[in-house]
Design a protein around this ligand. Structure first.
Ligand code: SF4
Ligand code: FES
Length: 245
């Protein structure tokens, strides 16, 4: 027999000066293999066409459906209702600007992070159209590929105690992005360039080690390894700077 599911959904339109944050309660019958994506679409189609939430790919690729599910950040498209109790509480991800109901603006946060960290390959050499293609070892390309699997869903940022109280903290996604370019042999930035951005309270030394980021990452990125890699490199840079002073 199928379960009757109760959804308690956060509702608020920040554009409406008269709006008051509250939760609305909905009920639907669970169907086999129902994901939160399916459930929310049914709620919108059958009960409340004004319900706001984001989806694009439905397959854990676009990163747009992150939300708090019974207190934990998760992708709605890959969360099955069968994994959850009869009552499901849905809230928007914290840290990011609220657009409305369950919809948040992760794009602005990630664009600002990319601009702050200059998340693109930096080359000091002038462009040479005759240059030969630079080869990269399989091992290096695999490491870069691993970091590039991030879908920018924001679940790690939302789960981070530091990111929740310090809006300048780069968060696990930002640190992972920095590591991706540090690993890239085509990027000419050196340790002292990275040091200014990463070896700060807004960078890797702001992390207080709760490590919810790795637990919550739906792509299972090795975020603890990334933190350890950055700390090692920044400590080595700091010590060599000290010796030179
Ligand atoms: Fe999402 Fe994981 Fe990327 Fe964080 S590191 S934004 S949790 S995919
Ligand atoms: Fe794209 Fe969920 S809809 S990640």
């Amino acid at each position: 027999m199928s379960r009757r599911l109760t959804f308690e959904v956060f509702r608020y339109n920040p554009e409406d000066p008269d709006a008051v944050p509250h939760t609305d309660t909905f009920e639907i019958d669970e169907t086999p293999y129902m994901s939160l994506y399916i459930a929310l679409n049914r709620l919108r189609e059958e009960q409340d066409p004004g319900l706001q939430f984001d989806f694009a790919c439905r397959s854990a690729i676009c990163g747009s459906c992150g939300m708090m599910v019974n207190g934990r950040p998760a992708l709605a498209c890959r969360t099955l209702t069968a994994e959850l109790p009869d009552t499901i509480k849905l809230y928007p991800l914290p840290v990011f600007r609220l657009i409305g109901d369950l919809s948040v603006d992760t794009g602005t946060w990630f664009r600002q992070m990319a601009e702050r960290t200059e998340a693109w390959v930096h080359q000091r050499l002038a462009f040479d159209p005759e240059a030969q293609e630079a080869r990269m070892s399989d091992e290096t390309s695999q490491k870069i590929y691993e970091s590039d699997r991030c879908i920018e869903c924001g679940c790690c940022v939302a789960s981070c105690g530091v990111a929740n109280i310090n809006s300048d903290f780069l968060g696990a996604a930002g640190l992972n992005r920095m590591a991706r370019f540090m690993l890239d042999p085509r990027d000419d930035r050196d340790n002292s360039d990275w040091f200014e951005v990463i070896a700060t309270d807004e960078g890797v030394f702001g992390c207080i080690g709760m490590m919810a980021c790795e637990d919550m990452c739906p792509k299972e990125l090795p975020l603890l390894e990334v933190h350890a890699y950055l700390r090692r490199r920044m400590l080595a840079t700091g010590l060599s700077k000290q010796d030179a002073d």
